[in-house]
Design a protein around this ligand. Structure first.
Ligand code: PGA
Length: 250
């Protein structure tokens, strides 16, 4: 089973949800998906069940990833999980720079870049999250803020094949306030003009997902936005009916 860089990506971030018993969700999700070969479906469960989920989904069309990684591969970092450990249990992806982890741990863009580099070293594809707060948007600073995040968080080694970006406005995450199409279009244009200025070769420009209160009713419109390569779904990915409905729209 290989990641197909030409297909849309539908990623489900379970955040701090999921126990061993949640493995039954995988079975019901697989039953409800009618078009698994039309997209790359990636689930991001908590660390404790990554290995179980990776085994359960082997050759099913669903990929498994982790929600964060440390920037070093090993060492005296109590409580941390490295990209090498994530790779060791057969996960293929890792989210870095999600706004919830940036805020909780005061992660700088520089740390996010080191995490993405650790992912590359260990054959994981990082989803590098960017997105402005309500305050930045209200002050009109959202474009400069996201451009700086891209400039400072993306490793030199970034290519279309080894990295994914997710635009997740912080004010849209878990709030039910999905960004308006016009706002997503403006920001995605800004993201790609920045990426074009950073990378001379088109093959080095990663795809961009949208995340923030995605649900079955708004995903079709968001997916139809030019240059949106897929969705990063939080709350709605916990429910196999809602998540499969989003996947089946592709
Ligand atoms: P949400 O979360 O879909 O619940 O808003 C998205 C995310 O945090 O990735």
């Amino acid at each position: 089973m290989t990641f197909n860089t030409d297909l849309p990506i539908i990623a489900g971030n379970w955040k701090m949800n999921g126990l061993n018993q949640s493995k039954k969700e995988i079975g019901s999700l697989l039953k409800k998906i009618t078009n698994i070969s039309k997209s790359n479906v990636i689930l991001f469960p908590p660390f404790t069940i990554i290995e179980t989920f990776a085994k359960l989904t082997e050759n099913s069309g669903i990929f498994i990833g982790a929600q964060d990684c440390h920037h070093e591969d090993y060492g005296a970092y109590t409580s941390a999980i490295s990209a090498s450990m994530i790779s060791d249990v057969n996960a293929k992806f890792v989210i870095v720079g999600h706004s919830e982890t940036r805020t909780a741990n005061n992660y700088t863009n520089n740390i996010i870049r080191l995490k993405a580099e650790a992912a590359h070293r260990n054959n994981l594809i990082p989803i590098v999250c960017v997105g402005e707060s309500d305050l930045h948007r209200k002050s009109g600073d959202q474009f400069n803020f996201v451009k700086a995040q891209l400039e400072e968080s993306l490793p030199q080694s970034t290519t279309r094949d080894n990295t994914i970006i997710a635009y997740e406005p912080i004010w849209a995450i878990g709030t039910g306030n999905t960004a308006a199409t016009k706002d997503i279009v403006e920001m995605v244009n800004c993201i790609f003009s920045k990426l074009n200025s950073m990378k001379s070769n088109k093959k080095d420009i990663p795809r961009c997902l949208y995340g923030g209160s995605v649900n079955p009713s708004n995903s079709r419109d968001i997916l139809s936005i030019e240059n949106i390569g897929g969705l990063l779904v939080g709350g709605a990915s916990l429910d196999s009916s809602q998540f499969s409905e989003i996947i089946n729209l592709i």
